[in-house]
Design a protein around this ligand. Structure first.
Ligand code: G6P
Length: 366
């Protein structure tokens, strides 16, 4: 009821602001990395696998898409990510030495459970879930599990479940890296320190809300938006576009910025806001030239730039300054202003934010 909302207008807003707590709780008791964080017998499973197959839907699928970058760069394990409803209905080439990872907030999504069973029927017995509900069907069906501690999520558009899934998937990456000999004690300590600092870092990003509200007023009058990201922030751009369409009903799509010239550049005019996720990572210079491609066509850029990128506001380029680059965990910070942008744009348009039309929180039928 309204009482539980406290100072917030909607559950979605409350849940966005709960993320420092939710992520903090999800990683709370972790002082060192061990496979057993994922359950008894995890070491033997991790030792046996030579690839990862992630199965999920919706926002959980984008968490998986982000994790693929971590798993391949840090744990050096080949990873594929599949939309559950596609995987279950196509012929694939099973490898019994696969770690099948399902990701689900509810643990009850019919397509994801069916995809898991399909993988098992193909002889893949090493199953693990990242799930927010300990008593769910998904947890019962998987041999290994990591329970995220987002708490009950009410808003149909997932927010705190996503960032906690990312935190859990980062732990999984570190555990696999350790078993495979790709994690020194020094690296382990550095990563754990960064994980533990996340609640404070998230708080700093939430403080950007007033600046995002100013942008949302402008977005509320648009009918289309393009989101750009590169590398491990491409799935974050996808998640930002999904959030915007789900609750504000503005048509939004996301592209990896280097792919702009192969199509979506044709859509760019002054009427098309282009949201750009700009972390200070190895792809920054490439991203800047992609931004110039947009500017040259009159497109207006709305950039979430790390403080150390030196991207400045100028005509046609609006900048909200993020904290300094946060290394591999940066996606967990960069998704937050995109959640806020979707939320405040939807509020400005007067939509039913917590219960968007045609959508359900948990899709338990095919
Ligand atoms: C629905 C929800 C989404 C969610 C997706 C997957 O579409 O509206 O927010 O991401 O299901 O749900 P799951 O519970 O499996 O993460």
């Amino acid at each position: 009821g309204a009482a539980e909302l406290g100072p917030y207008r909607h559950y979605m807003q409350k849940e966005i602001f709960e993320q420092p707590r939710a992520v903090g709780d999800t990683i709370a008791d972790i002082e060192s990395i061990t496979p057993e964080l994922f359950g008894d017998g995890a070491y033997a499973v991790f030792k046996d696998v030579e690839q990862v197959l992630i199965l999920a839907c919706g926002t959980s699928y984008y968490a998986g898409s982000t994790a693929k970058y971590w798993l391949e760069s840090i744990a050096k394990i080949p990873t594929s990510v599949e939309i559950a409803s596609e995987y279950r209905y196509r012929d694939s080439v099973p490898n019994p030495k696969t770690l099948v990872v399902t990701i689900s907030q509810s643990g009850e999504t019919a397509d994801t459970i069916a995809a898991l069973k399909h993988a098992r029927s193909l002889g893949m017995a090493h199953t693990l879930t990242i799930c927010n509900v300990a008593t769910s069907a998904m947890v019962r069906e998987c041999k290994l599990a990591y329970i995220t501690r987002a708490g009950v999520e009410i808003g149909v558009a997932s927010t705190k479940a996503f960032t906690t899934q990312l935190a859990a998937l980062f732990l999984l990456t570190l555990a696999l890296a350790q078993v495979r000999g790709h994690l020194t004690e020094e690296q382990e300590a550095t990563h754990i320190k960064a994980l533990r600092h996340l609640p404070v870092a998230l708080q700093a990003v939430l403080a950007l809300e007033p600046q995002v509200i100013a942008w949302a007023e402008e977005f509320a009058r648009k009918e289309n938006a393009l989101f750009l990201g590169r590398g491990l922030h491409y799935p974050i751009a996808l998640e930002g576009a999904l959030k915007l369409k789900e609750i504000s009903y503005i048509h939004a799509e996301a592209y990896p910025a280097g792919e702009l010239k192969h199509g979506p550049l044709a859509l760019v005019t002054a009427a098309m806001p282009v949201v750009t996720v700009a972390p200070n990572d190895a792809l920054l210079e490439k991203l800047k030239s992609n931004m110039q491609e947009v500017r040259a066509r009159g497109g207006e850029l709305f950039v979430f730039a790390d403080a150390d990128t030196r991207i400045e506001s100028e005509p046609g380029i609006h900048v909200i300054r993020m904290p300094e680059h946060y290394g591999p965990l940066s996606p967990i910070l960069h998704v937050v202003p995109l959640q806020l942008l979707a939320y405040h744009t939807a509020c400005a348009r007067g939509t039913d934010v917590d219960k968007p039309r045609n959508l359900a929180k948990s899709v338990t039928v095919e």
